[in-house]
Structure formats: C-alpha cells, structure tokens
Design a protein around this ligand. Structure first.
Ligand code: LLP
Length: 395
C-alpha cells in the first residue's frame, strides 16, 4: 500500500539545525525540547470536544518549562510518586490541587497520606490498600483503577492490564472493593483504566470508555471516567500518524451513550515525544570484522528505550545533514553493556567522524525521565527552545 510519510522534522530547519549545533558546543549528551511542538500537540487534543478534561502524565517528561506550557494550555497533571507531586507543586504553584491526579503503583502508605493532605485526586487500584490503611482513606472521595483483563501497547513491557500485570483492580474483586469502601464511608467518584502505552488503534479508547461506562452505571456514584493515555506517535517513516479525528469520533459516540460522565484522558508521549531530540557527540568510529560502529557520548544511560524495548529512534549526523547518508553503521553508546545499541545498519554519511554531532529524533518522551548514572556517567543536560529560538533557557 501507499506510505504516508511523516512531515519533515522541525530540526531539519536551517536555523534550528544551527541552534542545535551551537547548543551541542555547550556539552553533550543533551536533550533539547521545542515548546511550540508541545503547544501544537496540546491544541490538537484540546480540539477534541468529546474530552471534558485533559491531564498530562508527567513521567514522560517533567521538565519545568514543559509542565508550565501544558498548564498554560489548560492541562491538569498526572503524577505517580511523591517526587512528581512535589515537582508539580513547586513548578506550578497556581495549579489547583483538584487538577492533579495521583495514580501510583505499589506506593507506600506515606505517599498516599501526603497526597490526601494536599487534596489531590487519589486513585486506588487494589482492595488491600483499603484493608490495611482504612483509617487513612475513611470518609474520602476516591478514584478506582480497574483492570479490564487485557493490555495493549508497542511492547510487552508497556502493557498494563491482564492477569500477569501488577496494575488495576480485577473486576472479580470489584464488589469486594465497593463493599469495603462503603463500610469506610468512602465514595468512589472516578473510574480509571490505562491498558498500555503506544497503542496504535484509535478504536481502543472507544472500547475502553464503553466498558468503563458500563461499570460506572453499576457503581452508581461515578462522576468521571478516565481512559488513560497511550496515544502513539510515528517513530519510523512507515508509521502512520495517529488518526485523531477517528479517535475523537469514537469518543463522541461514547459521550452520547454515557452523557452523565466527564470523559478524561491522561496522555504523556503524544504531547512531548516529537518536541525533543537528543544530541550526542561522536567519540569514535570503529571497524570490526566488517561492521562499522559509530559511538557517541549518549548511551543507554541517556536514552534507554532502544535497549529496553527495541524502540526505534531515527538518527542523523547533524554536522553533515546535507551529505548523502549512504553508509551502514551500528550506532552505539559508551556503556559497558552489550545492550548499549541505538540501532543496527543505520545509514549515515561515510565521512562521519569524531566530533560530529548525532541527533536522535522523537526523544522528548521517556528520555531524560528514564536516564541514569550507570557506569558513573553524568546525567544528560536539558535545554528548551522557545518560539523565536533565541530565547534559550538552560535547565
Ligand atoms: N496513565 C498511566 C496510568 C500510565 O501508567 C501512563 C504511562 C500514562 C498515563 C501515559 O502513557 P503514554 O500516553 O505516555 O503512553 N517508558 C515507556 C512507556 C511507559 C509508560 C508508563 N505509563 C516507553 O518509553 O515507551
């Protein structure tokens, strides 16, 4: 069939390219996020009228400028740890706590206590929390995350549903949860499901919201239905851009079927992935028994997605972007581990050499936020590009 290619990435622009090369001079590895791209994605989601409220899952990228931008665009923020809650409250103190979700997994009692004190929206996903910490939750209004019995997503490791998954209350324990909640004078006012990340089919969310609507009708006290995040972005030239119109049309049908409930989403990747690139400076180019490898200062400690999920990120030589990329290289990092490979048989200019700047595309989501100091290497730097590209703020 015909392949609809993605539009040219923002970093191909001449001014942007020069700006990135000068930022690389200040040190690499370095993530750079372009805020106009974040705003554009935020506005595309805001145009979907079936959605009543939007939250941003800050685990994807918790850079303060990105949080401020998305709050300006009307988003609430979804957090999964006390650290994320504190980041949000310190960065956007004006955000009402009713626009903060707390959706942790196997969190300690102390973090739930902190979240309740702060008055943010707390989501539980198991009966045991009520059995063991009933005194903490007594009399509260809470949300409930359910497991719809299956997961979905770009890799097995990002599926968050089904029997083998640690997430969500299985429906076979719903009555038990509700009875215990009633005995503690708890009202369950929100119903949540997130089946995984990088889900390709727009109809997925329609199906999820349909199932949640049915469960909400049974429960009787639900005001909001949160259908999670998981929206994909096109990482490869063959990936189709996500069909937001089809997605919105499916959700509009659900809104008609269940008009009583507020429909809520909490995406991460979709909003920030394409805004970000990772810059890496080439350390060495090495030939070994027929394989040419180019290795820079970014590795699996900087961007772990390829090592962890076999994820694809386009790579280019920013110092020679106008040269023909004609030669096969394996692109690697400096970490002493065999999984420290960004990609095999990637086309780069034959002249690629020490000192060149490589750019890894679509690295704005789950890049810096998953970085580590493995091998005692430093965390990467981060940089923001504003509208005019002249207003660059270091972080
Ligand atoms: N809501 C909940 C409850 C989640 O667990 C997640 C992501 C999101 C929302 C946002 O999902 P998104 O819209 O970004 O797909 N590190 C992996 C992705 C893990 C996602 C974890 N939970 C990756 O790099 O692909």
């Amino acid at each position: 069939g015909s392949i609809r290619r993605r539009s040219t990435p923002w970093w191909h622009g001449r001014r942007e390219r020069e700006r990135l090369l000068s930022l690389a001079q200040a040190g690499t590895p370095r993530y750079v996020y372009r805020l106009p791209t974040v705003r554009a994605r935020a506005r595309a989601l805001a145009a979907i009228t079936a959605i009543d409220q939007r939250f941003y899952a800050i685990k994807a990228n918790s850079h303060p400028a990105i949080l401020r931008t998305l709050v300006e665009e009307g988003f609430g923020l979804e957090c999964v740890s006390q650290g994320e809650l504190q980041r949000v409250m310190a960065t956007v103190p004006s955000l009402p706590h009713t626009k903060i979700l707390f959706t942790p997994s196997f969190a300690p009692r102390s973090e739930y206590a902190f979240a309740l004190e702060q008055g943010v929206i707390v989501t539980l996903d198991n009966v045991e929390a009520l059995q063991n910490w009933g005194d903490l939750f007594r009399g509260k209004q809470l949300w409930l995350r359910v497991d719809l019995g299956r997961g979905d997503g770009h890799h097995d490791k990002v599926k968050t549903g089904g029997k083998t998954s640690k997430f969500g209350l299985p429906l076979v324990r719903l009555d038990e949860f509700l009875a215990l909640a009633r005995s503690l004078d708890i009202t369950v006012i929100g119903l949540h499901a997130h089946l995984g990340s990088g889900v390709e089919t727009p109809q997925h969310w329609k199906q999820v919201s349909d199932e949640l609507g049915g469960i909400a009708d049974q429960i009787g006290t639900i005001e909001s239905i949160d259908i999670g995040g998981g929206l994909p972005i096109p990482y490869t030239a063959e990936d189709e851009p996500f069909d937001l119109d089809a997605w919105g049309a499916g959700l509009a049908e659900i809104k008609t079927a269940y008009p009583a409930y507020k429909l809520i989403i909490e995406p991460g990747r979709y909003l920030v992935a394409e805004s970000g690139v990772l810059l890496s400076r080439v350390n060495q180019v090495v030939e070994k028994q027929g394989v040419r490898r180019v290795g820079g200062d970014a590795g699996m400690h900087t961007l772990i997605r390829p090592a962890l999920y076999d994820a694809w990120h386009d790579v280019a030589n920013l110092s020679r972007l106008d040269d023909v990329a004609e030669e096969n290289f394996d692109v690697v990092g400096p970490i002493c581990e065999s999984s420290d490979v960004f990609g095999k048989h990637r086309r780069l200019p034959a002249a690629t050499r020490e000192g060149d700047v490589l750019v890894f595309a679509d690295a704005g989501a789950y890049g810096y936020s998953m970085a580590s100091t493995y091998n005692l290497r430093d965390l990467p730097a981060e940089e923001i590009l504003e509208e005019g590209l002249d207003d660059v703020a270091a972080h």
